[in-house]
Design a binder for this molecule. Sequence first.
Ligand code: RB5
Length: 149
Amino acid sequence: MRIALGSDHGGYEMKEAIKTHLESKGFDIKDFGTKTTDSCDYPEFAVAVGEEVAKGTYDRGILVCGTGVGISIAANKIPGVRCALVGDCFTAAATRQHNDSNVLALGGRVIGVGLALQIVDTWLGTEYEGGRHQRRIDLITDIEKKYNK
Ligand code: RB5
């Protein structure tokens, strides 16, 4: 599985911990930045990662900002991206099973690295269930088509 990572300065340390964790497990990772703790703008990294996932160049994306809110809002503007802001393992599993989320957002100033890594492992290890959930995802795709003419 190819995974694109990105963060702003508020998520930098958590993004680095996730990168080290996933590389040690043998995942194919590309880090789209940020590369330092200098202040920067989270939409840039949301777009860099989201575009790669929407194109299919990367299978999944993981984004981190201070709260996870700004970077998830920005990523969800890209058609084809279903970005879930997650702070617990139940939601990490459910958003894969029900929403087929392809980008995970985390709050680097909200949860600890230990929980973040458990969320990442749960999210990457849980399959989409399809079935009745596909109808709902198709309805989300209809919204994208309606507002992205
Ligand atoms: C940066 O200060 C902060 O606003 C950002 O990381 C994020 O929390 C925005 O939603």
